[in-house]
Design a protein around this ligand. Sequence first.
Ligand code: ADP
Ligand code: MG
Length: 233
Amino acid sequence: MTSSAATGATALLRAHALRKSFGRTEALRGASVEVAQGEVVALTGPSGSGKSTLLLCLAGVLRPEAGSVTHDGTRLDDLPEAARTRLRRREFGLVLQFGQLVPELSAVQNVMVPLLMERHGRAAARTAALAWLDRLGAGGLADALPGDLSGGESQRVAMARALVTGPSIVFADEPTGALDRVSGEEVMEVLVSTARSTGAAVLLVTHDNRVAAYADREVVLRDGAVEDPAAVR
Ligand code: ADP
Ligand code: MG
């Protein structure tokens, strides 16, 4: 693993002192993390340490109670709802443990969804979606329904959907958690190499050391805070 720790000046995404509670559970107690442009960061830590909560706060899905998330100099919480949603759609890709594909839509239709929401024309969206499926080794699956896909195939489709808008960062929460070892490693390989070839940064939650090995840097969460402040600076 090389250390290319993000600095304040170059950070693409910067979370500072995030706090988030669910009832009495303090999931995040002042978590800070930075991701540089194009950097692949693995977020690890024990179950329940707040990894998913941190990822969802960074991705703008959950709102932290305190602290700030800044993308390319823009504070997410300063933005009105509509602008925040627009930024999320354009700049962020999200891949969760189970593909979360829309079951009624074919693979290619699932990949088209983010483009249609951005008001791209249907024909152009389809062309782009097919190209992304191809790039992720899922070109032959375009017309398949999610229910007919294996776990690894579903994740390839989910990755195509995450990348089709050309995000500056992809958030992946245990993307290989539901896969066997071989398809898990294939999925990781494809995710990281594709992100690297597009210049997208990746924040990857995993409790798997083999997966963490694909990252440039590892950030460890424990009890809702980053364990080694030196890793964040
Ligand atoms: P990890 O992903 O590291 O396993 P999580 O971020 O999922 O950790 O959870 C951190 C803590 O917050 C845990 O105690 C978990 O039970 C709690 N938690 C997470 N999400 C919710 C939720 N939606 N409602 C209630 N408690 C939650
Ligand atoms: Mg989790």
